[in-house]
Design a protein around this ligand. Structure first.
Ligand code: GLV
Length: 325
């Protein structure tokens, strides 16, 4: 019997490819860049399954171009690039990689927070630029982390993992979400549910961990930056469009807020004009889950989603509509 046909749209860890090769006839776009849209639409034509990334838009046009598609598996936890209702309407299963990148993403959020708070990147440039002439009591002063207030927007798996680490810094933790967490989680994490505006006013660090949808697009805008403390930093390792990036550049340039740590961008991979020259922003190229261990796990999970749907004919535990909101 011939194997189901699967398109892999990007370079992925070898273990993931090995698992896919066991079960599927593969077409692999392995050029190290996002697959061009035209090529994606062409290659999907005769495929049963698709292993895609958050850089691929999975919409009605793509589903029409691949009439035989039965399963789409994304190598990411976020699936805002996939029109899930359109997939559902055509009976196409959608799976993602929940859980396996929670801790690495929370770790990286802290890397951004610490780097922004303590001006680590500016210090690095200072050293490399040969500008360090000896210890100076007023050189590159940052802001305290220990004992400060952390405001977490979006208190799902990743938001809670970030809160857990705040305990080590004796921080006061506030959170905002559309739904309040269970009392046991609040107690365990020592986190207080507050309205968004109160969180913005009170926090020294505001960290974004919500999904991107129409309710969260530009949640952080001029108004929000106007409410934040002038000494506060914004951290975003969730999705770029949650932050109005032009408004953020205005806030950073006018010292309306003190700094930012960003891993995601509104028009990724591009940045808003002026952002690159903001010395008070720490900028990373979407690295939050980028550890060897996590990317391997994500690859195996993404491949398993396709095996569940196309070989076992079973509902995958990684199906997006099986997961708690
Ligand atoms: C990364 O941003 C992911 O959604 O996995």
């Amino acid at each position: 019997m011939s194997k189901p046909k699967v398109l892999v749209t990007r370079r992925v860890p070898q273990e993931c490819l090995d698992l896919l090769k066991k079960h599927f006839e593969l077409e692999h776009y392995d050029k190290g860049t996002a697959i061009p849209r035209k090529r994606l639409l062409k290659s999907v034509k005769d495929k049963d399954g698709l292993l895609c990334l958050l850089t691929d838009r999975i919409d009605s046009e793509l589903l029409a171009a691949g009439p035989g598609l039965k399963a789409v598996s994304t190598f990411s936890v976020g699936y805002d690039h996939i029109d899930v209702p359109a997939c559902k309407a055509r009976g196409v299963s959608v799976t993602n990689t929940p859980g396996v990148l929670t801790e690495s993403t929370a770790d990286f959020t802290w890397a951004l927070l610490m780097a922004a708070a303590r001006r680590v990147v500016e210090g690095d440039a200072y050293m490399r630029g040969g500008r360090y002439k000896g210890w100076d009591p007023l050189m590159l002063l940052g802001t305290d982390v220990f004992g400060q207030t952390l405001g977490i927007i979006g208190f799902g798996r990743i938001g809670q993992a970030v809160a857990k680490r705040a305990g080590g810094f004796s921080m006061r933790v506030l959170y905002y979400d559309t739904r309040r967490a269970a009392p046991e989680a609040e107690t365990a994490l020592n986190a207080k549910f507050v309205p968004l505006d109160e969180l913005l006013r009170e926090s020294d660090y505001v960290s974004v961990h919500t999904v991107l949808d129409e309710g969260t697009r530009h949640l952080l805008d001029d108004r929000a930056f106007g409410l934040m403390k002038r000494s506060a930093c914004l951290i975003n390792a969730a999705r770029g469009p949650i932050v109005d990036e032009k408004a953020l550049v205005r806030a950073l340039k006018s010292d309306r807020i003190r700094g930012a740590g960003l891993d995601v961008y509104e028009w990724e991979p591009k940045m808003a004009p002026g952002l690159a020259s903001c010395k008070n922003a720490v900028l990373a190229p979407h690295l939050a889950s980028a550890t060897l261990e996590t990317r391997r796990k994500m690859g195996m999970m993404a491949a398993s989603g396709l095996v569940d749907a196309l070989i076992c004919g079973a509902r995958s535990p990684y199906a997006v509509d099986e997961q708690p909101a």
